[in-house]
Ligand binder design. Structure first.
Ligand SMILES: NC(=O)c1ccc[n+]([C@@H]2O[C@H](COP(=O)([O-])OP(=O)(O)OC[C@H]3O[C@@H](n4cnc5c(N)ncnc54)[C@H](OP(=O)(O)O)[C@@H]3O)[C@@H](O)[C@H]2O)c1
Length: 329
């Protein structure tokens, strides 16, 4: 097995052998500031693997980074290869990764901010990737990465959601929300979800027990004594949600949570803002649930990587049903 980086000294190697097509942000400025260009193929070390990427998803954080609206990524981090999740085949392994995977194995990964997933070749650490079960497509697997980790960690690690409890999920039709609905049902919870009118049947089909058209109706009229609110919208939606929590219930937000005074003296909890972290053990459970058909990823649209800017614009429109995924040949 050779790493493209191992062979870079060969004078016969063409640029295409040592570089990868990547989505690169050179400076802040939204989708228009993205370029699709060739970048050096990285080399896997120790327990890392080099993945030949077949699909990588677009998440809202990508367009926020591109706009310069995600403070953990600043000017000093540019140029930056974009993207957080991918699926593909193992191309090369680090010196201590041989026992885990072999050349050609199918894998999926949710990687850290220090690298980018929207590239032909990406290094993933042992803590970030898992084998991809037969029957799960690269596109679905790439779509699941960050979104599924966000849903899992928000519902279970931060929200402590358990069987028999009730969860209110705001944004149930989006990338994170549509997976959160399915994971909460798998856990044995009762699910109330908000969505817009065109997505109500979709969210019902995911297993939600009650679906609220957030533009036409007030969720406060159908939800009360809720154990966990999983807020993917923020702002006024999060603040209003505190009123539907039971005594001791908890609100978990993927965005800025409400300030403490929004509790208005009620005995409810607001989890600190969290960022989904790569976690191979959890990703493995997601992969198994996908293979079993328990969790289904809905992909709103796929774009070839050369049309990354269009994919970002689509994601930024804020209305995708499920995930937007980039494909690579
Ligand atoms: N902290 C983290 O680690 C983390 C990780 C992932 C995502 N996030 C953040 O979490 C948010 C959700 O992510 P996502 O990937 O699920 O986004 P998404 O795919 O854009 O989904 C958002 C969904 O919410 C719906 N929506 C908009 N306004 C709503 C409202 N007031 N009430 C209910 N639904 C509403 C949208 O559809 P309509 O507009 O058509 O109704 C869409 O279906 C994003 O802001 C993202 O940046 C944070």
């Amino acid at each position: 097995m050779t790493s493209p980086a191992d062979t870079s000294s060969d004078s016969n190697m063409s640029d295409a052998d040592t570089t990868a097509v990547s989505v690169v942000l050179q400076g802040f400025g939204g989708a228009d500031a993205l370029s699709v260009e060739r970048t050096p193929i990285p080399q896997p070390r120790d327990d890392e693997v080099l993945v030949r990427v077949r699909a990588a998803s677009v998440n809202p954080v990508d367009y926020k980074i591109a706009q310069g609206e995600f403070p953990p990524v600043g000017e000093d981090d540019l140029p930056k290869i974009m993207g957080r999740d991918l699926a593909g085949t193992v191309e090369a392994v680090g010196t201590r990764a041989h026992y885990m995977v072999r050349h050609g194995d199918r894998v999926m990964a949710h990687i850290g901010f220090d690298r980018g997933a929207q590239s032909e070749y990406v290094v993933a650490k042992a803590t970030e990737f898992v084998g991809l079960p037969e029957g799960v497509s690269f596109v679905d697997a790439a779509g699941a990465g960050l979104a599924a980790m966000t849903a899992w960690q928000g519902l279970f690690d931060h929200g402590g959601l358990d069987a028999g409890q009730t969860v209110l999920i705001h944004g149930g039709a989006g990338g994170v929300g549509h997976l959160a609905v399915q994971l909460a049902k798998w856990k044995g919870a009762t699910v109330i979800a908000t969505a817009s009118s065109g997505d109500l049947d979709f969210v019902r089909s995911l297993g939600a027990d009650t679906v609220v058209d957030y533009k036409a109706d007030r969720f406060e009229d159908v939800a009360n004594d809720v154990d966990v609110v999983f807020d993917l919208i923020g702002g006024e939606t999060g603040e209003r949600s505190l009123a539907v929590l039971r005594e001791g219930g908890i609100l978990v937000s993927t965005l800025q949570p409400p300030a403490d005074d929004a509790k208005q003296g009620r005995n409810v909890r607001i989890a600190p803002r969290y960022m989904a972290e790569p976690n191979a053990a959890q990703l493995g459970q997601i992969a198994d649930l996908m293979a079993a058909g328990t969790v289904k990823v809905t992909v709103a649209e796929t774009f070839p990587i050369v049309r990354a800017a269009d994919a970002y614009r689509d994601q930024e429109s804020g209305h995708p049903r499920g995930k937007i995924v980039l494909t690579l040949d």
